[in-house]
Design a protein around this ligand. Sequence first.
Ligand code: HEC
Ligand code: HEC
Ligand code: HEC
Ligand code: HEC
Ligand code: HEC
Length: 256
Amino acid sequence: MARLFSPVANTIARASLVAAVALPVGAIVMGSVVSRSPANTNVGVAFDQPVPFSHAHHATELGIDCRYCHTSVTKSSSAGIPSTETCMSCHSQIWTDSPLLEPVRQSWADGKPIRFASTGEVGWNRIAKVPEFVYFNHSIHIARGISCNECHGNIQEQHMTAKGKPFFMKWCLDCHRKPEKALYVDEQQPELTPQEKVFAFYRKIQEGAKLSARELALKKGRDYQPTSQELQKGLELVQAMDIKVKTLADCYICHR
Ligand code: HEC
Ligand code: HEC
Ligand code: HEC
Ligand code: HEC
Ligand code: HEC
């Protein structure tokens, strides 16, 4: 029988076999490098979801408080994603024929989590995420009056949720080393606790109240450079709240 492959071709074949075996290992190694970065570079890209849920409609136009849906954000490490029941508290009565809401009704009817109609894939796509080895806690940040928009961008304006900030370690550390940059009192409502201020901000937006330069930047999800006077006030808040800046950038704070 005629030889199908020349010795050279054989060598190439063997080489590509070796490559094929080596590839998965390479892919895993690459994957562990790459897996973080897309999550971190997808900033501003809207994620596909089982239902096109709009924060602009629900949070701003209808004025529903973040805590109605993200019930644990002031109490625990995670904010929580609302259950179908939360949606149905309204959508069993309004917009009941909307084809867009079919996956919500389906989930309510069969008692299973929401899923993509097209693929059957279960659940909402997660957008804001840090790797497993990073410890994060919502409640402490909200208690200190750090706005959701400081970390999530202009959520209240979005029709499809997108990632606001890349959660690089350096980004966390920049604030942990100088939290005074992000701490402020709402001069129009100085009586609010820092936590109340976080949510009052969205009511101001909804009511079209006058916003400070800082609040305008927050509204748009832009970085803000505080004036030296604001930094001074921020430092006073650091002291008043007894924030331990000396240890806030230590590894064990976020890697436990
Ligand atoms: C407090 C009441 C309320 C809750 C709770 C609520 N919605 Fe809505 N939703 C509305 C109203 C009112 C509209 C119509 C808003 C508009 O178009 O201005 C609406 C519109 C929508 C639409 C657009 C429907 C269309 O055909 O245009 C979708 C999708 C939607 N809601 C999804 C959800 C999901 C998912 C949840 C749960 C996470 C939820 N809603 C929770 C009141 C609510
Ligand atoms: C009516 C319910 C509802 C309200 C009110 C609401 N959200 Fe949401 N939120 C959702 C749902 C449903 C999702 C998951 C779908 C998506 O990402 O859009 C979500 C997702 C998010 C995410 C992305 C989570 C992820 O996947 O990583 C952030 C951040 C967020 N919401 C912040 C806010 C803030 C800030 C407010 C208040 C200004 C708010 N939400 C008000 C229902 C709500
Ligand atoms: C200091 C930055 C920061 C602030 C402030 C912040 N978040 Fe987050 N948020 C994060 C990080 C980091 C994650 C990813 C956490 C993870 O992967 O465990 C996240 C995740 C989420 C999620 C995804 C689901 C979950 O349970 O974690 C939602 C929803 C959310 N945030 C809503 C909010 C809301 C609402 C507020 C304001 C009331 C807020 N966040 C304030 C940084 C922040
Ligand atoms: C805009 C400012 C800001 C950003 C951004 C920020 N933090 Fe914080 N963080 C704070 C402040 C302020 C505190 C409260 C410290 C205190 O009260 O002692 C805090 C506290 C914490 C704590 C609790 C510390 C303790 O003593 O238990 C953890 C954990 C944490 N942050 C993790 C993170 C991670 C992870 C990120 C990035 C994904 C992040 N933070 C981003 C300002 C920020
Ligand atoms: C304020 C929170 C915070 C503190 C403090 C912190 N880290 Fe991180 N670290 C993170 C976050 C968030 C990531 C994930 C970054 C990403 O996904 O790109 C991370 C990732 C890492 C990684 C993985 C590689 C990389 O760069 O992504 C290593 C290693 C690491 N941290 C080591 C440390 C060491 C050592 C310290 C102390 C000197 C430290 N971290 C302090 C938040 C923190």
